[in-house]
Design a protein around this ligand. Sequence first.
Ligand SMILES: [Zn+2]
Length: 449
Amino acid sequence: MNPRHSVTISILLLALLILSGSRPTTRAFAEQSSTGTTAGKSDRVTYIHCGTLIDEKSQAPRRDALIEIAGDKIRSVAGFPAGFSKPADAAFIDLGRETCLPGLIDTHTHVLLQGDQRRGQYEEQILKWSISNRTIRATQAARWALEYGFTTIRDLETEGAYYADVAVRDAIRQGVIPGPRMFVVTRALDVTGAYPLLGYAPEITVPHGVQVVDGPAECRKAVREQISYGADWIKVYADQRVSTEDGVVHSIPTFTQEEFAAIVDETHRERHKVAAHAMGLEGVHSAVEAGVDSIEHGAYISDDDIKTMVAHGTWYVPTLYIFVYADELHTAEGFPGWKGGTEIHAETFRRALKAGVKIAFGTDAGGFEWTVNPAKEFPLMVQYGMTPAQAIHAATVSASELLQMQDKIGSVEPGKFADLVAAPGNPLSDVGALEHVDFVMKEGVVYKK
Ligand SMILES: [Zn+2]
């Protein structure tokens, strides 16, 4: 998200945030070396008793399950035997009153952003915060993401912080700081004149939230550069200047099809994937025709493009909550917002769901402050037509498939990483229970208990 679609926001919003946000408290790791890495790397065995287990493999939830974890992997899943007593050298965690699920996956985040919807918020981060400052805050965002229950995230660009996401990803991977497993895109791509900061005098050079490229050669070169510096995915901004008219969101495509083709071809040639921010009819069409791998936001998608997405297996990451969040702020501000765009988005979601488009959970966290739990996306997915089980599937199995990690994460079964969360209540009847995750394990290490 960026401030182009944002509308100016103000102060009432703070009140909203305080009311709606559940700020995670800083917690010591329950099971840690200095960084929480050692336990998961050893062969230490941990047994977990789950009152209910949604394993994302069985047809129905399992009652009273026993998960055996060895080191960072799940070794077995079975019924909890009467009179169970753990071996002396193993650990035991009793979640008998909880519902356990695979670690959640958010496929659209921005750890380098600390909210961009309020007036001046984006400019302040780009112009006044050093990249060092922003990176320190990103480490806090990453920790909070993990504590909310997101054990894996795809972080969709640094908004002017260059390659800082690579550093955060690697620090987590190396056990220097706690955080989710990260897939990153680094700088993202857009054309001249399309991406903030904009509107300054021509003789003043201002930074932009993306790498600006024009022409197929520059596009191809930037893809090579970003991948060489550590990008897992490439992100493009497919459109700009969004407007709504007669139930349709319109936009102006940024890249020519020739430029777009160069980006997709070079990225795929290097065996990476392309995510496209695309809001309106024209931008989505341009991105779908170019053969991108995921459409981000997709406030309006034509029925023809939905058909193409189904045929090509193109992912849809709708990021519903950020728009509701923005609308609430705009209403509080007395600002008209984007004229029914949120309703159009809901209707697009329903059409895509009905047509069988592959939908993965993604929130645009960072566009809203990290003090707000991104799990607020779940109830909206249900409100717009998914069952709670489908919404959970989108944040586990489907998201793991988008990341091509389905052999390692996304379900609770032997051989996969021991990424587990638990919450009181039954998320299959009230998916809002996932806003209250109180147990988080990643790769066999407990980060919240
Ligand atoms: Zn975003």
